[in-house]
Design a protein around this ligand. Structure first.
Ligand code: SF4
Length: 357
């Protein structure tokens, strides 16, 4: 694991200017002006002047300040790109991101925004923005979903909450693309205003999560809570050669998900060398095929491969778990054909779980 270099003082001052007091349910006041942040499972206890592990949230004279009032990324993306395969197939989402993360994955795909204030080279700019502006943009363009992504949404959840409270009430579907290192307090606060949650289950060992700067148990707890909630859950595992491609580990992940519900979609995606993880090979088509078979053998109904280059075959389609017929045909992020009828298989009437409308 590489070490982060120091950010510039100017960049830190810029990001500190775009902050607000934490949501009152995401902070605990402690003696001597200390605070405990409840936004993620690090549960940082901060004295005045101290910063959390994410570096973006900090104690200013007894007040927890958190990212607010800006965006660092904004794009109209297919919902399938997040990936959500059981949500509004073929529709677009307004995806937004801020800055920062509570993990430090050497293979991060979005390190330039996620590692802000932790890696000197990660200095993505920002654009001042309000929740009202983002909601108005989604409505003006008829976009049915808002998704917090690019950086780790948990650490910028106060801003997302302000947006989601209004958007959810207006009938727009709201979601996170997250590492799942959440707290029960955070989930209680946010889930009433959310429709979907994608969790990266990055591996299935304590040692693996330690390398990433996190812990396995809170991620499993988040997935368990989401599976029992009304919020739609999909899980992704990026298969990184030498890190998590052991077949026993992949079986353990699939078995865990199947034990919660065989209807949780499991996306297994291919890695390509990047950021500080340049020496490993890209994930081979054989490994992805084996992982797909493992997911099916463990009882999961919906297993999808992604980032597979030319080796897509039929593993990115939705098949009916009742009769096996093709229901949603995809090519990468694009829906070629959708045969679902009112959320059911048109041939055998099996109900297919998801947010289809
Ligand atoms: S979001 Fe997590 S890492 Fe950041 S201050 Fe809060 S508890 Fe610490």
């Amino acid at each position: 694991m590489g070490q982060s270099s120091q950010p510039s003082a100017d960049y830190q001052a810029l990001l500190d200017a775009y902050t607000a007091p934490a949501d009152r349910l995401l902070v605990e006041k402690l003696p001597d002006k200390a605070v405990r942040c409840l936004a993620c499972a690090h549960r940082c206890t901060l004295s005045p002047g101290q910063r959390g592990i994410c570096r973006l949230r900090f104690n200013q004279d007894g007040e927890l300040r958190v990212p607010y009032g800006y965006l660092a990324g904004l794009a109209v993306d297919p919902v399938e790109k997040k990936p959500f395969f059981h949500v509004l197939p073929g529709r677009s989402s307004l995806s937004f991101g801020m800055l920062g993360c509570n993990f430090r994955c050497d293979f991060c795909q979005n390190w330039q925004s996620s590692q802000a204030l932790r890696d000197h080279d990660a200095c993505t700019g920002l654009t001042p923005n309000t929740p009202e502006q983002v909601l108005a943009l989604a409505q003006k363009n008829g976009l049915p979903a808002l998704i917090s992504t690019y950086n780790e949404p948990l650490i910028t959840s106060d801003w997302a909450l302000a947006l989601f409270e209004e958007a959810h009430a207006a009938g727009i579907k709201c979601g996170f693309v997250s590492n799942g290192f959440a707290t029960p307090e955070l989930l209680s606060r946010l889930l009433p205003f959310m429709d979907m949650f994608k969790v990266d289950l990055k591996c299935f060992t304590a040692e693996g999560y330690r390398k990433l700067g996190g812990r396995l148990a809170p991620v499993l707890d988040t997935i368990t809570r989401l599976a029992a909630s009304d919020v739609w859950l999909e899980v992704v595992t990026l298969i990184v050669p030498g890190f998590n491609d052991d077949e026993k580990e992949l079986s353990a992940i699939a078995a865990f998900l199947a034990s919660l519900s065989p209807d949780i979609p499991w996306h297994i995606t291919g890695f390509r060398p990047q950021y500080r993880y340049q020496d490993a090979d890209a994930t081979s088509a054989d490994v992805l095929t084996r992982a797909w078979n493992i997911g099916r053998d463990e009882g999961l109904h919906f297993v999808y491969t992604g980032n597979t280059g030319l080796c897509r075959q039929a593993r990115e389609h939705t098949l009916c778990p009742g009769c096996g017929i093709l229901l949603i045909e995809r090519q990468g992020f694009f829906v070629v054909r959708n045969r679902l009828h009112q959320g059911r298989c048109p041939d055998c009437s099996t109900s297919i779980p998801g947010l289809w409308h």
